[in-house]
Design a binder for this molecule. Sequence first.
Ligand SMILES: [Zn+2]
Ligand SMILES: [Zn+2]
Length: 167
Amino acid sequence: MDISLALKNPGQSYPFETTVEVEPMIVLDDPVRFDSVCLKGTYTGAGESVRIEASLEADVESRCALCLEPVKTHVEATVDVSFYKTPDPEDADAYPLDGYRIDIQPMVEEALVLELPMRFLCSEDCKGICHICGANRNIAPCTCQEGGERQNPFSALRELLTEDEEV
Ligand SMILES: [Zn+2]
Ligand SMILES: [Zn+2]
């Protein structure tokens, strides 16, 4: 991104709007794919640095942590970071300023990853994959766990009721 205006006119904020393409990545063992990231905000020069204040959003696709089916969600984040002509190597949040250009890609990726959900779920009550037969139990309920560990009080109750009927 060209920020030469901010270098010429320190203290002045310039609005900008752009899109960034982010490569698919692996986050905590899950493949995560972003569509174009929309970035909107201002950049302001301060002599030796340029500050970016922006909000960004993107649609994200990953897989359900329980059944492994694709899941889509929307992620929003805000950034407030500075790019320096001579970044402090000790400061991980100080990005480099290359002439009159900045590379906003690393900043965008870091902001997005921080906003990802702890785990993706296709729905709140996803039944997941059966560890015994491998079936996706949202599609085809299997009977592997009957009599085994009880998933919830209702399934235990249901078993009691069917037993009563048989008597
Ligand atoms: Zn699921
Ligand atoms: Zn099963």
